[in-house]
Design a binder for this molecule. Structure first.
Ligand code: ANZ
Ligand code: ZN
Length: 827
């Protein structure tokens, strides 16, 4: 398959100019047929297929694969895809064997809910959505290697997702645990956290309550320290590293064993053991098991029970919000005993202490912790300052970690750091406590009571417990069901299929039952980048050879919304696969960047309900894919969100039309003309460097400025146009390829080399600067406008007047004001 009607007449270098002057040839930028033509050629020739020649230098560019929703492509998607498409295309020009793949993260709730509502099989829904997405992506001219497309719902793919789960299970990293889940009293299903809005079901508005269910869990906490440490070995933008660190949430402090008047020990976790003398009361979580243990002693058990019930309705988020009014109930009949001074202090229950963190109990130091301070004010509890510098009467407490210890017995006079060391030593010696590291990171809840996910390949046997399916039986396919509705008691619809559920135990042969939970949507995306390396392998998830060659991913771009969970989950799986020898690098992604969101014209989020969603198909139809690509890269700082603007799109289209029109004033020439030489070198430098640092908008601005220079000059020669076309190609691949052909440059633009710049020719003009010695002007010298301070000083000192003035003196100070003056102070 070759080009359409435009392929035949190739304008020679002269013809266009000559014809234009005769008024015969009027160039029309017919983007629709140009784009179709080149997309067909690329597809037919497999232009962007990654080679399996493992001797070449490789480059692996990756973007987050989309969830093929029913809404089709959003204008936000191409922002990420075009950016890395630009990087991928530039790398090909630079001689790399580039892998830039695409696939579908297709399991998940929206598809399942659509299937339930419309009685269509989710597989069919997925298939149709994928077809639509794929056609949309192809219409954008993205240089994906479609021969490596993956789909997480394809049994030949999820076979390996299940295989990884089995390896985790065999090494004790997958286990079952009773967990509290969100239960919608209306839909009678378990909801994901994001489906609960203000305590009610997002879909039906019914009350959501907590229900205890046995769930599969993955022990990501075992990898917490490594997930933290290895962030130092990768090149992620700062805000991504910060959000990873915060999510892992490493905290160092101590466990302190308080006595109680009930005779037992109540252990707390604190990051500030130095403030132990300022602990004036204790708080335990409403779920703390000691409440049951002490039930007989507690004088106000009814009030305690009522409080427990209230707090069970709240989410952890609501409970720990800083601004919220503090509530709680004092436990009557039992007190804590401070191990350092024997002081008896009251114990409260309050929902601001979570059972899931530390020990579920705290020592409260109201003088130095906001939450404790608010609570103490409300309940009239004593506030003892132990770190000097804090004024407890003021609105704010003092979260002081730099002051000097007071009112603290053996710690008085010490700094906070010294006091921490000393008290931890004392606690350890007296068996009253020990140093402790805690992580915010929790194990990963891996069960969903849903149909449209990977079945968990485990069998429950009354004798043998949880028995893994034999690997030879993978993939364990999703069975056909009549209804995708979860069962009324909260189990997955798979639980209702007796012939699927009832099996023999693989170990003892006794009647047993399959696990009916499926995996969460995060599963398939935790390793997809490995499958791209060798997508058709049916023996392994990918061959070692392919993985060794392609991994790690050299550059991964995706949304900020995925910098916590997806990034952490996939790094965890990768580290596990590294530990069992499947992959050879401890980290999956060498570099990670993130793009800002594209907003509506007025700066609000684009959404169906607001009616401000821009459909990329419309832009492609009215302006062309090249204009859409260029516009999305020109819209603003790549890392910041940016509002959509229809008038800027027109500006981008106009720029491309003007470039296209250059065919009209093309002249022969094998070297840059002296008029344009400097502008060309500068533009090459700017575009080359800006692409690497995500400054696509300024790279485009540089090309626009080059075009103005060309227009001022009135003509462009072959060498100059070639350079401009290669620089612009990653942004506007169709039009530039078409121009290359029409100009008769030979071969395809895609096979060319990235242009190089001569740093000497990128310099700006020279400027004159004044040279002073001790404030008196001694000379004037010409220097490069962009020269360094050292170069300016050297040029200044080379002047004989200046050299004489400082001869035999000691230079005490040298001041350089860029582009203006140098002042040398010498005595
Ligand atoms: C006394 C103290 C004094 C505290 C002070 C802080 C400041 P991170 O850094 O997040 O680990 N805490 C411990 N367990 C808790 C739980 N289950 N629910 C709510 N709060 C809990 O914070 C640890 C600090 O949070 C601990 O140190 C404890 O309060 C509180 F000037 O102990 B601290
Ligand atoms: Zn058995």
């Amino acid at each position: 398959m070759t080009g359409g009607p435009l392929a035949a007449p190739v304008a020679t270098e002269f013809a266009a100019g000559v014809l234009r002057r005769r008024g015969v040839y009027k160039l029309k930028y017919d983007f629709a047929s140009i784009e179709k033509k080149w997309q067909d050629i690329w597809e037919a020739q497999g232009t962007f297929a990654a080679s399996n020649d493992y001797t070449k230098p490789k480059y692996y560019a990756l973007v987050e694969f989309p969830y093929p929703s029913g809404q089709g492509l959003h204008v936000g998607h191409p922002r990420s895809y075009t950016a890395l498409d630009i990087v991928a295309r530039k790398r090909r020009f630079e001689g790399y064997n580039v892998l830039y793949p695409m696939g579908w993260d297709a399991f998940g709730l929206p598809t399942e809910n659509y299937a339930i509502k419309n009685h269509i099989h989710p597989e069919k829904v997925t298939h149709d959505n994928v077809q639509r997405f794929k056609a949309q992506l192809k219409s954008l001219g993205l240089s994906f290697d479609w021969s490596r497309e993956v789909n997480t719902t394809d049994p030949s793919y999820y076979k390996w997702t299940q295989w990884i789960f089995l390896q985790l299970f065999k090494r004790g990293l997958a286990y079952k645990k009773e967990m509290s889940v969100n239960w919608c009293t209306g839909c009678k299903v378990v909801l994901a956290n994001e489906e609960v809005v203000n305590g009610v079901c997002e879909r039906c508005g019914s009350e959501v309550v907590h229900k205890v269910k046995s769930q599969w869990m993955l022990k990501i906490t075992e990898y917490a320290q490594r997930l933290l440490d290895d962030l130092d070995t990768v090149d992620y933008i700062d805000r991504v590293k910060i959000s990873q660190r915060n999510w892992i949430g490493r905290s160092t402090g101590a466990q302190v064993h308080f006595g109680t008047t009930a005779g037992d020990t109540l252990t707390v976790y604190t990051t500030r053991p130095d403030t132990l003398f300022g602990a004036t009361y204790m708080v335990i979580s409403p779920e703390h098991p000691y409440i049951e243990k002490w039930a007989d002693r507690i004088g106000n058990l009814d009030a305690v029970r009522a409080y427990q019930q209230e707090s069970a309705k709240k989410s952890d988020f609501e409970r720990t919000e800083l601004v919220k009014d503090k509530t709680g109930v004092r436990l009557e009949g039992v007190c804590g005993v401070n191990p350092v001074n024997g002081a008896e202090i009251p114990i409260f229950i309050s929902d601001y202490v979570l059972m899931s963190y530390g020990t579920g109990a705290i020592m409260a130091v109201p003088a130095h912790d906001t939450r404790d301070w608010e609570f103490a004010k409300k309940f009239g509890l004593p506030i003892i300052e132990v770190v000097q510098g804090g004024n407890v009467e003021q609105e704010a407490y003092t979260d002081c970690d730099t002051g000097v210890m007071v009112n603290s017995g053996m710690l008085d006079g010490l700094s906070v750091e010294e006091a921490k060391k000393k008290i931890i030593g004392w606690l350890s010696e007296n068996k009253k406590g020990e140093p402790k590291v805690n992580f915010k990171l929790r194990d990963w809840v891996f069960s969903r009571q849903r149909y449209w996910g990977e079945p968990i390949p485990i069998i429950h046997c009354g004798h043998c417990g949880y028995v893994p399916l034999d690997e030879s039986e993978l993939p364990l396919r999703l069975p056909e069901v009549d209804s995708y509705e979860p069962t009324g008691d909260g189990d997955s619809p798979l639980a209702a299929i007796d012939r699927w559920v009832n099996v023999k135990c693989p170990k003892c042969g006794a009647p047993a039952k399959r696990e009916t939970d499926t995996m969460p949507q995060w599963a398939g995306s935790s390793w997809y980048f490995l499958r791209y390396c060798d997508p058709h392998n049916d023996k392994e998830l990918a061959s070692k050879e392919a993985l060794d060659y392609w991994m790690p991913v050299d550059w991964y771009n995706g949304g900020m919304e995925h910098t916590t969970l997806h990034l952490l989950y996939s790094r965890f799986w990768h580290k596990f696969l590294y530990d069992i020898g499947v992959v050879s690098t401890p980290e999956p992604y060498a570099k990670r960047t993130s793009h800002g969101m594209i907003l509506g014209e007025n700066g609000e989020k684009m959404s169906k309900s607001r009616g401000n969603v821009v459909n990329p198909d419309d832009i492609v139809r009215d302006y062309g894919a090249d204009t859409l690509r260029l516009y999305e890269m020109f819209i603003g700082d790549f890392e910041k969100s940016a509002p959509w603007s229809q008038s800027s799109i027109k500006g981008c289209k106009r720029f491309l039309e003007r470039v296209f029109g250059l065919l009209d004033c093309l002249e022969p020439g094998e070297a840059y003309s002296s008029a344009l030489e400097s502008a060309l070198h500068k533009t090459i430098k700017k575009v080359t460097e800006d692409i690497e640092s995500l400054k696509f908008n300024t790279a485009i601005a540089a090309m626009m400025s080059l075009l103005n220079d060309v227009c001022d000059h009135g003509k462009i020669n072959a060498a100059e146009l070639k350079t401009l076309l290669i620089l612009l190609n990653p942004f506007a691949p169709h039009m530039t390829e078409e121009m290359w052909e029409r100009a008769g440059f030979g071969g395809m633009l895609n096979g060319q080399k990235w242009p190089v710049f001569d740093p000497a020719k990128c310099r700006d003009a020279q400027v004159e600067i004044a040279v002073q010695v001790c404030g008196k002007i001694k000379a004037r010298v010409m220097v490069d406008a962009d020269c360094s301070d050292d170069q300016a000083l050297a040029a200044a000192k080379a002047r004989p007047e200046v050299a004489r003035a400082i001869e035999g003196k000691t230079i005490v100070k040298e001041i350089v004001v860029k582009g203006k003056l140098v002042n040398i102070v010498a005595r």
